[in-house]
Design a protein around this ligand. Sequence first.
Ligand SMILES: [Zn+2]
Length: 129
Amino acid sequence: MNTFDTRCDEVQQAIAIKQSLSDAQTSHIEICEHCTALQIEFRRLDDLLEQSMIDEVPAGFADRVMAQITAISPQTQAIDDQVVDRLLAAFYRSRLLQSLLLGLGIAMGVGHIVRFFLGLFITSMAAAL
Ligand SMILES: [Zn+2]
């Protein structure tokens, strides 16, 4: 097959994500130069990646990293929660903040409506010229 078709998309996606190929996909690769080329390129890339990973990850490395992350996370989460609580409390207490937010929302809504009608007007003027 010399043309790129939808079967190529399916096969190349399977190659890219290292999905096992069905018999039909394997047969397709045997007759399709595009997919064959892509499969060769991915094999070279995989080989290159394997060669570049000379050092093994030390035993227990992932566990040590995860232990440090879980040790830090509760403290960070507690601080984040306090900040959010304070901001929400300030917002609920302040009529001024609520009014400003409401006004900003209304202004943005009106702005979008004006922009929409200006867009219609400018388009119809351009068509009339
Ligand atoms: Zn193909």
